[in-house]
Design a protein around this ligand. Structure first.
Ligand code: NI
Length: 268
């Protein structure tokens, strides 16, 4: 039997796929390492639908069997999403954030489309260790993508890209020179990267123990059954964490900030 991938091997595959798909994230990473920064990952995020075949717990299994446990739960009412974040017993490992679109809150048409694509693959496919960087296990067409986007940009994103990291996150606390979010954002805009300004460039505050910013996702060419089109892919996120009154670094997420960060994959 083939040996199971270690957690680090799994993350390495995801990172390679993510950089390949998102030259912009790769460029940010290279710009930071060029000036001598250590780029540590705060968290990696995935998106899915609330369908039994691909629900949060199905995706999370890849992590829970490698030492992760649920450490937080979130609801994003307006975007119709539920999410959980997972932490490893070894705190040097990145957190994992998985959100899912609540299909029950979608229109009958969208429900039919999203339910329909899950019939194109076997349930056991989700357990393959390549699943979380394998892209979409279904066929998609651009007309449906555009129509889904009218109701939910999130639904359209998952429909078009499938399963792969939606973003990696630079842990600002570990940066030596650019260790404030203001300094890092300034560095990024100076180097020509476009930041997500929905809800302001910086989401959160030291009082909320977390500040976040992100690039806008770059457009990539996606092959649909009715032609190839350029659409937003993934983004790179930046997070600075602050110490709680109990002396521990805050490890959770803030609903209202994440809500705006989801918009980093919106079409402009
Ligand atoms: Ni994030």
């Amino acid at each position: 039997m083939k040996k199971q991938m270690t957690l680090n091997e799994l993350f390495q595959h995801m990172w390679v796929d993510y950089c390949h798909l998102n030259p912009q994230a790769d460029a940010v990473y290279k710009n930071l390492t060029k000036i001598g920064e250590d780029v540590v990952n705060d968290h990696i995020a995935f998106r899915t639908f609330s369908h039994p075949k691909i629900s949060i717990d199905k995706l999370a299994h890849h992590f829970t069997q490698r030492g992760y446990h649920v450490a937080g739960e979130y609801k994003f009412k307006e975007k119709k999403l539920n999410a959980q974040h997972f932490e490893h017993t070894d705190s040097t490992q990145p957190k994992v954030f998985i959100s899912e679109l609540d299909l029950n809150q979608m229109s009958p048409w969208s429900q039919k489309v999203l339910e329909g694509v899950t019939h194109q693959f076997e349930a056991s496919r989700v357990d393959q260790e390549t699943f979380l960087f394998g892209g979409r296990p279904w066929q998609a067409d651009y007309t449906t993508y555009m129509k889904l986007a009218e109701e939910s940009e999130y639904a359209a994103w998952v429909y078009a890209h499938g399963f792969r990291p939606n973003h990696f996150t630079v842990y600002i606390n570990y940066l030596k020179k650019l260790n404030t979010i203001q300094a890092l954002n300034h560095f990024l805009t100076e180097h020509g990267f476009k930041l997500n300004t929905a809800g302001g460039e910086i989401k959160g505050s030291p009082e909320e123990y977390l500040e976040q910013s992100s690039t806008m996702a770059n457009d990539i060419l996606v092959h649909f059954t009715d032609g190839a089109h350029r659409i937003p892919a993934c983004y790179y996120e930046f997070a600075k964490r602050y110490t709680l009154p109990d002396g521990k670094l805050f490890q959770g997420f803030i609903g209202k900030s994440a809500d705006k960060i989801f918009e980093s994959t919106h079409k402009i």
